[in-house]
Design a protein around this ligand. Structure first.
Ligand SMILES: CC(=O)SCCNC(=O)CCNC(=O)[C@H](O)C(C)(C)COP(=O)(O)OP(=O)(O)OC[C@H]1O[C@@H](n2cnc3c(N)ncnc32)[C@H](O)[C@@H]1OP(=O)(O)O
Ligand SMILES: CC(C)C(=O)C(=O)O
Ligand SMILES: [Mg+2]
Length: 514
């Protein structure tokens, strides 16, 4: 049985871009529009052409260059706006003018300063005019949810008569509750749509955090178009988020029987990232579907459940929105199962005793740190459990530095059992020591990070150096402690190099075994 389609009308480039601080350049709008076409939206509201030359140009270029979706432009109920929208949309394969006028008592009386019958006449005239300027006409009674129902029915019947084929019902100020919105849509479906070829559309704002819930209540009661934006950007608290409604309909197909959208959900994550990057609006980590934590798990009981059967804690897969795999985060809520699994992924096959010792050390560190990364695990297992991989050992370090002298360092190291010496100059004592270590070890890792801090107090304070080095593919961490901070730094560096080379050796051994 073929499913009934809900049209996805994306207004990221119009209502979304109306958010303070979200404005996009013309080129950026075109880039987003191409990505929206890839995502499979049915309609792109490209802008409000009359509002500025850049809005006009962006809408015109979308109409000219973006294939697939219908391209739409917004217009108030006046000839100037309608004409501008019509002009901007001329090149579109399928064009739509979206014209609107407010119908709520507060908007009509104070904002428009018009009587309802004047508003009705303006709406009808606008739709008639729009019909001659675009392929399709959509009408919105702005602030519909705070409008009088009898007036809403009257004006909507009049615009349908005038040629509007989509009736959008905006909850302009994000005021309505899901059951109320569903009731409004059901009533309009009965009193306006009936058996006419007219589509009811939702346009919900998120002031009370109900935009997605309201839109879905609309669909359940007969709406067959959802207006939404990527990441839910838009005026004030934003619009209904495309990714939320699309994934709700897809994931809960049991509740939305025979209803689906044409969205290629695998493009959701990419589109979300693009919009976030171009608008500069970062995505909150706990944002549904596209937030960094939406598919991340740390709690031990959850990770254990997921490792046994993914569906225990995931109602959809990250792959379905175009993300890689679920992210298992290691931190102080992790349990043994998640910890051992990550160690295995890193190539460590730990004995039960090693596993116990490593997990205890891990918990100790996790209490001090927000997240434990792979390089921390390598360090824990390398140093604390297996006593460290001592390919290189620092035996002797001498550093000369001071005002007016060139910092120099000499080192003696045990390299694979052999004694090696090297000396070098540098920008400072640590730099000189690192250069001497590199020469002695014949290794040249990239220094990615360096940090020194006092770990005890007083005159005899121990300094702890933490170093991150990279071999171009992976990062390795080393720690060194001493009352002499140059020595602590050198120890940390040697320890990081030991891990890097140890890792390489293990990798080669695995390859030979294979
Ligand atoms: C709910 C929504 O999202 S609506 C869309 C909101 N988007 C925007 O406003 C986009 C950016 N806006 C703009 O660039 C400008 O406001 C423009 C170009 C649209 C209009 O600018 P201006 O002509 O300077 O008018 P201004 O913004 O000060 O006031 C709006 C005017 O439009 C009138 N108006 C508002 N809505 C409508 C409508 N749907 N149909 C006809 N007139 C309307 C108002 O009554 C007011 O008229 P007045 O000046 O006679 O009192
Ligand atoms: C222009 C209309 C549809 C709008 O954005 C709103 O009412 O929120
Ligand atoms: Mg809006």
């Amino acid at each position: 049985m073929s499913s009934e389609k809900v049209t996805i009308f994306d207004t990221t480039l119009r209502d979304g871009e109306q958010s303070p601080g979200a404005s996009l350049s013309i080129e950026e709008k075109i880039e987003v529009a191409h990505q929206l076409a890839k995502l499979g939206v049915d309609v792109i509201e490209a802008g409000f052409p009359v509002s500025s030359p850049a809005q006009f140009e962006a809408t015109r270029l979308c109409a000219e260059n973006v294939d697939g979706p219908t391209i739409c432009g917004l217009a108030r109920a006046n000839s100037k706006d309608l004409q501008a929208a019509g002009d901007a949309l001329k090149a579109a394969k399928t064009s739509r003018i979206h014209t609107f006028i407010a119908t709520s008592p507060v908007h009509m009386e104070y904002k428009l300063r018009k009587k309802p019958d004047e508003v009705l006449k303006m709406a009808v005239k606008a739709v008639e005019e729009a019909k001659g300027l675009a392929d399709e006409v959509e009408f919105s009674p702005e602030d519909a949810c705070r409008s009088d129902m009898a007036f809403l029915v009257e004006i909507l019947n009049a615009v349908v008569e005038a040629g509007a084929t989509t009736l959008n019902i905006p909850d302009t100020v994000g005021y309505i509750l899901p059951y109320e919105y569903g009731k409004i849509i059901a009533e309009l479906n009965e009193k306006v749509v009936g058996d006419k070829d007219v589509v009811l559309s939702t346009h919900c704002h998120n002031d009370l955090g109900l935009a997605a819930a309201n839109s879905l209540a609309g669909v359940s009661n007969g709406a067959r178009q959802i207006e939404c934006t990527i990441n839910g950007i838009g005026e004030r608290a934003g619009n209904c988020a495309l990714e939320e409604v699309v994934m709700a309909i897809r994931t809960r197909s049991d509740a939305f029987e025979d209803i689906d959208t044409s969205i290629n959900t695998k493009e959701i994550y990419r589109t979300s990232q693009l919009v976030s990057h171009l608008t500069g609006f970062s995505i909150q980590p706990n944002k549904a579907i596209v937030g960094k934590n939406a598919f991340a798990h740390e709690s031990g009981i959850h990770v254990d459940g997921i490792l046994k059967k993914r569906e225990t804690y995931e109602i959809m897969t990250p792959e379905s929105i175009g993300l890689g795999e679920s992210r298992m985060v290691l931190g102080r809520h992790s349990g043994r199962a998640g910890f051992v699994d990550r160690c295995k992924t890193l190539g460590y096959d730990l004995s039960p005793e090693e596993s116990k010792a490593a997990y205890e050390k891990f918990l100790e560190i996790a209490d001090k740190k927000k997240e434990i990364f792979d390089e921390d695990l390598v360090a824990i297992i390398g140093d604390e459990v297996r006593g460290g991989e001592q390919i290189y050992k620092l035996e002797y370090l001498h550093v000369a530095c001071g005002t007016g002298t060139l910092p120099t360092a000499s080192v003696r190291m045990i390299v694979n059992g052999e004694s090696k010496q090297a000396a070098a100059c540098g920008d400072g004592p640590v730099d000189a020591a690192y250069e001497a270590v590199r020469l002695a070890c014949e290794q040249s890792p990239k220094l990615e990070g360096y940090n020194i801090q006092a770990v005890t107090g007083g005159k005899e304070a121990m300094g702890e150096a933490t170093v991150r080095v990279s071999d171009g593919k992976r990062t390795f961490m080393g720690r060194g402690v001493s009352t002499d901070i140059v020595e602590a730094s050198a120890k940390a560096y040697v320890s990081a190099i030991n891990r890097m080379v140890g890792w390489k050796n293990r990798e080669q051994e695995t390859r030979v075994e294979l």
